[in-house]
Design a protein around this ligand. Structure first.
Ligand code: DUC
Ligand code: ZN
Length: 457
């Protein structure tokens, strides 16, 4: 099968060029001016932007959190992802405490294999330390899983400092890379205890028990630990200007630090937690919490300056009914927001269309840097001959409105309800096949597991 995308503007991390793109089979055959149709089906892309398929390296599908399971599984989540231009997701496989990494990995394969519409991969969560896990880490890296996750909070998954130190050393030795959830678990628990004694158990206490300074403390803590080991780390879902300062300080010391933020920290603000209507406030409970407009501005500037390398979603969806479990105790509200479907259109609308970032910046943080950081570049993350033919055709003139009623995410609300987009996604190609056409997902569950190599950002 051959498709010629004709007359579009092709975006890469270094700029935008006018070029045709020829897709042949599952890969890109040619990129250049005036390509001959040569038996290909021709698609007019005049006035459209062509991005490499977006990669979301932070999703939680089919995950148990706080006694309930995320509303999106791999089938619903991956269809929503594709509709939003995301052709590859990297989810987090998590062993239970005491379990081998491979056992956890097999469980995630059972959740995803044959049930996923886009391509997919896994990061492996390290929540324990022993000789078996140390050996498994090398097997994982050699077997196509070079990225890992560690949590400084959540009792079911968090890892102590000694174990984190040994894990960082092992990752350095075998060429693995790790993303870390940075929060100060102990002080958060103390602040929650104070809120309990004061009888302040509504959602407005959530951000007050996770203040900016504590994220910065946890980021600084991790970075000083990584400095001892002399190894790069990724700060996932960074949300505050104070944590950004800690990253700058570490970089000034000569450390390599990668930063991910998420659309919710760029666009949504913490005043939502003060809504007296529990259902409204509970929708936005996530960790870290939403922050202030000043934090948003700092993050946008850092995106434009290249200080933040990736924007992924931390998609972790729960319905309003699931969130209601915490009606009388905000700590019981399952944390997480839906977002896998809206990342591209939000970044274009609030970033590119407003002049905060360029199309090339958007390409880097949604595709190119993600592919490089997580070891799947240049197969993914670039429109170039030989790469997988994963393409997002973006129509900058087809404005739209985000609504829960119009989404595929398996939830009854959308955090961006009523947001007026600038442009929208016209088509999405996954490995050469038309997967989405004007909002309709045509792809079946043909997504493939993507083995990856070493990080190269
Ligand atoms: N934060 C959330 O809000 N949910 C899932 C995991 C996370 O880090
Ligand atoms: Zn997460």
């Amino acid at each position: 099968m051959k498709t010629l995308l004709k007359g579009g503007r092709v975006v890469s991390g270094s700029g935008v060029i006018a070029a045709d793109v020829l897709l042949e089979g599952e890969t890109i055959a040619a990129v250049g001016p005036n390509l001959a149709a040569d038996g290909a089906e021709t698609v007019d892309c005049t006035d459209k932007l062509l991005f490499p398929g977006f990669i979301d390296a932070h999703t939680h599908f089919d995950l148990e959190v706080a006694g309930t399971i995320t509303a999106d599984d791999f089938t619903t989540g991956s269809r929503a992802a594709l509709r939003g231009g995301t052709t590859t997701v990297i989810d987090f496989a998590a062993p239970d405490k005491g379990e081998a990494l491979h056992t956890g990995l097999q469980r995630w394969h059972r959740k995803a294999d044959g049930k996923t519409a886009c391509d997919y991969a896994f990061h492996m969560t390290i929540d324990d330390w022993n000789e078996g896990i140390s050996a498994e880490i090398k097997e994982m890296v050699d077997g196509g899983i070079p990225s890992f996750k560690m949590y400084m909070t959540y009792p079911a998954m968090m890892i102590g400092e000694k174990d984190m130190y040994f894990a960082l050393k092992r990752l350095k030795d075998v060429g693995g890379i790790v993303g870390v959830h940075c929060e100060n678990s102990g002080i958060i628990d103390a602040l929650i205890a104070e809120k309990k004694s004061a009888g302040e158990m509504g959602p407005s206490s959530h951000p007050r028990t996770r203040p900016n300074g504590l994220e910065a403390e946890a980021v600084s803590h991790l970075l000083r630990l990584a400095e001892q080991v002399d190894t790069p780390v990724i700060i996932v879902h960074l949300s505050t200007k104070e944590a950004l300062e800690e990253v700058r300080a570490a970089r000034n010391r000569g450390q390599t630090v990668y930063v991910e933020t998420c659309p919710q920290y760029l666009l949504l603000e913490d005043s939502v937690y003060d809504d007296p209507d529990f259902t409204q406030a509970a929708k936005y409970i996530c960790a870290p919490p939403l922050r202030s407009v000043a934090d948003q501005e700092a993050l946008w500037l850092a995106l434009g300056d290249g200080e933040i390398q990736t924007v992924c979603t931390d998609h972790c969806s729960f319905t309003t009914a699931q969130k209601r479990v915490g009606q009388y105790d905000f700590t019981k509200i399952p944390g997480g927001l839906p977002g896998v479907e809206t990342r591209g259109v939000l970044l274009y609308s609030a970033g590119v269309a407003t002049g905060r970032i360029t199309e090339a910046d958007m390409c880097r943080v949604l595709s190119e840097n993600v592919a490089k950081l997580y070891g799947c570049w240049p197969r993914k993350g670039v429109i170039a001959p030989g790469s997988d033919a994963d393409i997002v055709v973006y129509d900058p003139h087809a404005d739209s409105v985000i609504t829960a009623a119009g989404q595929l995410q398996n939830v009854d609300y959308n955090p961006y309800e009523g947001f007026e987009t600038r442009g929208s996604i016209a088509q999405v190609y996954l490995r050469g096949s038309l997967a989405v056409d004007r909002g309709t997902v045509l792809a079946g569950n043909n997504g493939r597991f993507l083995p990856r190599g070493r990080s190269c950002l």
